[in-house]
Design a protein around this ligand. Structure first.
Ligand SMILES: [Zn+2]
Length: 173
């Protein structure tokens, strides 16, 4: 019996890694547009039904987070606003808006890579995805590909700071 459980877990782990890898690729895509590198996918029956990356700056839309875009696409695919058996993979811990959206959508499971100490709403700053007063709770796993995803974010912010410094310098001339 324990062997069976282990093999299921290993299979789930392999799937989780595959989908987080896709989320990571989407985060890289965000970076190529100079957006904060965050990527997300929604999965149902081991298939991707929605994906997104951060596009707030280019869309002039503060709600255009990776999770928001992925969930909107998933809703269209499912033709349903409830995502009861879906898992959302995202490279960064969701913010309060996206965590709230997951509760509205009844997302079953959330897998995120790296914690966000500043605005994380899946355990860091708040825990909106597992709040007893709310009518839906989400299963949460965190830490998968955390190093890769946080390195992507750190490199991005480091580069942005450098660019801003250079811009200021140029403006002074
Ligand atoms: Zn968000």
């Amino acid at each position: 019996m324990s062997e069976l459980i282990e093999s299921i877990t290993a299979e789930q782990e392999a799937l989780d890694t595959r989908f987080m890898l896709r989320a990571y690729q989407l985060a890289q895509q965000a970076e190529s547009y100079n957006e904060i590198p965050v990527g997300a996918v929604v999965v149902a029956d081991d298939e991707i039904i929605g994906e997104g990356f951060n596009q707030s700056i280019m869309l002039n839309d503060p709600s255009a987070h990776a999770e928001m875009i992925a969930i909107r696409q998933a809703g269209k695919t499912l033709e349903n606003y409830r995502m009861l058996d879906c898992t959302l993979y995202v490279t960064l811990e969701p913010c309060p808006m996206c965590a709230g959206l997951m509760v509205h959508g009844r997302i079953k499971r959330l897998v995120y890579a790296t914690k966000d100490a500043k605005t994380g709403a899946a355990g860091s700053l708040f825990n909106l995805v597992n709040h007893q007063e709310l009518n839906h709770q989400v299963d949460v796993s965190e830490g998968l590909m955390a190093n890769e995803c946080s390195a992507l974010l750190s490199a991005f912010f480091k580069r942005r700071r450098k660019e801003k410094k250079a811009e200021k310098k140029a403006a002074k001339k």
